[in-house]
Write a protein that binds this ligand. Sequence first.
Ligand code: ADP
Ligand code: MG
Length: 240
Amino acid sequence: MIKVEDLHKSFGKLEVLKGITTTIKQGEVVAIIGPSGSGKSTFLRCLNLLEEPTRGRIWIGDEEITDKKTNIMKVRQHVGMVFQHFHLFPHMTVLENVTYAPTKVKGMTKAEAEAKGIELLKKVGLEQKANEYPSRLSGGQKQRVAIARALAMSPDVMLFDEPTSALDPEMVKEVLEVMKSLAHTGMTMAIVTHEMGFAREVADRVLFLDGGQLIEDAPPQEFFTSPKSKRAQEFLEKML
Ligand code: ADP
Ligand code: MG
């Protein structure tokens, strides 16, 4: 579903991604972990061209998104993204947040988008909040709306950048539960996270990034019990 070949990204003189090569299969759930500043967010943002790679190639499905001829807006329709700080539209209700893109970008009728929106809000346990404004929701509720909003575009892939890092501890679980049930539906997911228990339980593979390089790529049982590199060992000692 996703293929990344020798991906480099620099900001001015700072080389943040130093040649990453990997693939993510359809239906696979991949946890991306690593120290702060290692390039995790930049990597994820390259996958939907929120950052333009300096070098290397990326395919989503059959389409090479790094090809200059590719329509970026179209790529983003197929790749949903959830951020640490939710990024909901504050002046729209929960349901309007979820129906906005499908009606504006996909040309769905309002009725169709609302029917689908309510169904998605049910999935994330928030149909009773459909007519509230985001400011009246808890952090965990806001993040669940953000997930429903991304799903409303029927993406092929979902990217999550530390979706629970800004949440109070008691709200982390409700968001992870929603992500877990999404994983069970067969959604292809790439998740930057510090939730090691979640990565271990839900991910099919762990990618460990350090210093802009992919240091390890292994199933979670293997990564968490016997990391091969010294850098991963040291990172895990600090985390666990
Ligand atoms: P992580 O998500 O693993 O913490 P990031 O991908 O956010 O790491 O950042 C990796 C490095 O790239 C950091 O040194 C960060 O300061 C730098 N960086 C990220 N975005 C930009 C940007 N837009 N301009 C300049 N430097 C950036
Ligand atoms: Mg980050």
